[in-house]
Design a protein around this ligand. Structure first.
Ligand code: LLP
Length: 408
C-alpha cells in the first residue's frame, strides 16, 4: 500500500479509536525515504531523520527498520532513540543553546554531536581535546525557508556559529587540538529551491581547507513537502544531481582523485513524516452566523498549532461525506481563543458528527501538541500493512493530574 490512506481507512480508524486522533501511515514514510535514498545513491550520503518532527517510539522503530538514522535536538530525544534501539553510531545530536552537561551526556552515550556555540566548543576542547570527533554548526548567513519563524541560517538567527567567526573557531580548535569531523548547516524548513542547498555548500566549501580532519558535510533538513493541492515537493533527484555537480567541480571538496573524500549527511523531518499523518476530528457544532458558516471540531491549536503559529495551510477533507455538495466553511477548534484551522474553505457538506481529516499532520503535529484548556492530547494510531495499531493512548484525567503535588 503506497500513497495516501483512503477515506474509508481514516473513517474506520475514527470509529475504532475515537477522535481527536492522529493517524499515521508507515508505508508512506518508507516511500518518502526511498525517494531520497535512491536520488542520492549517486554519492556517499546518509540520512538522519529529524525526530523532533514526530518522536513516537513506534515511528522511530519504523524509521530504524527502513535503514534511516536519527537526528536529535535534545538529550531526551537521544535517549528515546537509544530506547528505540538505534546504535549510538546511527544517532546524531544537533544541539542549540544547551548546557555543556547535555553534551557530556551525549559523549558518554557515544553519539555524533554538532556544537553550535563558541562557548560549548571551548568547554568541549578543554575536556575532550582530540579524543572525540565533533561537528560544528555554522550559521551561513543565508535567508531560506517557508517563513521567518522557520528560517534558521540568516544573519540575525540564533542558530550556529556565524561563518564570520571562523578565526575564533580556528583559535579554539588549535588551542585544544579539537578533532573537527563535521561541518553542519541547517538554513530552514520548507525549502523548495535546490540552489539554497548549493549556496550553503559553497559557504562550507570555503571552510574545508581550515579543517584537515573533516570527513562529513552535513546539510541539515528542510526539504519542502506539498501542503496545498497542486504544490510540489523539493525535486530531490535534481537536488542530488546539483549537489554532486557542485562537489565534483570543486577543487578541494571534489570527490575526484586529487580531492579529499567527504560524506554528505541530511536531516529530513517533514519530508519523511509530514504526509504520512492525519489529524481526525469530529464536528461538534455547525454555526451559521449569517456572513460565515463555522464548523467547530473537537480539537484545536492545542493539537495542531501550525495554522495559528505559521499561518500554515492544511488540506481538509470531510471523510464521512466526501461526495457531499461542496460549501464554504471556516473550520475552528474548541479552544477558548481564536484557533482557526481553515478560513472560508470549500469542503463537501459538513453535518454535526462528521469526521474531518486534516492532512500533512505527521510532522510537528502531535509533537507540538499540549494540554491547553486542560484538554487531553489525542491518541495516535499507525497503519502498517493495512492494519491500524494504537501506538499512544489518549490522555486521561490521571495524565492531567500527574506530577501535581497537593501541597497548599
Ligand atoms: N535539522 C535541524 C538542525 C533542524 O533544526 C530541523 C528543524 C531539521 C533538521 C528538520 O527540518 P525539516 O526537514 O523538518 O524541515 N515546527 C516547524 C518546523 C520547525 C523546524 C525546526 N528545525 C513547522 O511545523 O513548520
Amino acid at each position: 500500500m503506497k500513497g495516501s490512506l483512503t477515506h474509508e481507512q481514516l473513517a474506520a480508524a475514527a470509529a475504532e479509536f475515537g477522535t481527536p486522533l492522529y493517524v499515521y501511515h508507515a508505508e508512506k514514510i518508507g516511500e518518502q525515504y526511498e525517494k531520497i535514498r535512491s536520488a542520492f545513491s549517486i554519492m556517499d550520503t546518509s540520512f538522519f531523520y529529524a525526530s523532533k518532527a514526530l518522536t513516537n517510539i513506534n515511528i522511530l522503530r519504523y524509521i530504524k527498520s527502513i535503514g534511516c538514522n536519527v537526528d536529535c535536538s535534545s538529550i531526551n530525544e537521544v535517549k528515546l532513540a537509544l530506547f528505540a534501539g538505534f546504535e549510538p553510531a546511527r544517532i546524531l545530536y544537533t544541539s542549540n543553546g544547551i548546557s555543556f552537561e547535555e553534551i557530556e551526556e551525549a559523549v558518554a552515550a557515544g553519539v555524533h554531536i554538532n556544537i553550535d556555540s563558541l562557548s560549548n566548543l571551548e568547554k568541549f576542547g578543554k575536556k575532550y581535546g582530540h579524543t572525540y570527533p565533533v561537528g560544528i554548526r555554522i550559521r551561513p548567513n543565508i535567508m531560506a525557508g517557508g517563513n521567518l519563524k522557520i528560517s534558521t541560517g540568516h544573519d540575525t538567527s540564533k542558530f550556529g556559529i556565524p561563518v564570520d567567526q571562523l578565526t575564533q573557531i580556528e583559535n579554539l580548535v588549535s588551542e585544544y587540538n579539537i578533532l573537527i569531523r563535521t561541518l553542519h548547516i541547517h538554513t530552514g524548513s520548507d525549502i523548495k529551491d535546490p540552489d539554497i542547498f548549493v549556496k550553503g555548500m559553497e559557504v562550507l566549501f570555503e571552510l574545508i581547507p581550515h579543517f584537515p580532519e573533516l570527513e562529513v558535510i552535513d546539510l541539515g533538513g528542510g526539504f519542502k513537502v506539498p501542503y496545498m493541492p497542486g504544490e510540489k515537493e523539493t525535486d530531490v533527484v535534481l537536488l542530488a544531481q546539483k549537489i554532486k555537480d557542485t562537489f565534483d567541480h570543486h577543487p578541494v571538496a571534489g570527490n575526484h582523485g586529487a580531492g579529499r573524500k567527504f560524506s554528505i549527511w541530511f536531516e529530513p523531518g517533514k519530508f519523511l513524516v509530514s504526509q504520512c499523518g492525519y489529524l481526525l476530528a469530529e464536528v461538534t457544532v455547525v454555526k451559521d452566523t449569517g456572513n460565515m458558516v463555522f464548523a467547530a471540531v473537537n480539537s484545536g491549536l492545542n493539537h495542531l498549532i501550525r495554522p495559528m503559529m505559521y499561518d500554515a495551510y492544511h488540506h481538509i477533507v470531510n471523510v464521512s461525506n466526501p461526495d457531499g455538495q461542496p460549501k464554504i466553511y471556516t473550520i475552528t477548534g474548541n479552544v477558548c481563543e481564536t484557533d482557526t484551522f481553515a478560513s472560508e474553505r470549500e469542503i463537501s457538506e459538513i453535518r454535526e458528527g462528521d469526521i474531518l481529516a486534516l492532512f500533512n499532520a505527521g510532522a510537528y503535529g502531535f509533537e507540538m501538541a499540549s494540554n491547553y484548556n486542560s484538554r487531553f492530547r489525542p491518541a495516535e494510531v499507525l497503519y502498517k500493512e493495512n492494519i491500524p495499531h494504537l501506538i499512544r493512548r489518549r490522555d486521561t484525567m490521571q495524565d492531567l493530574l500527574r506530577n501535581q503535588e497537593l501541597n497548599s
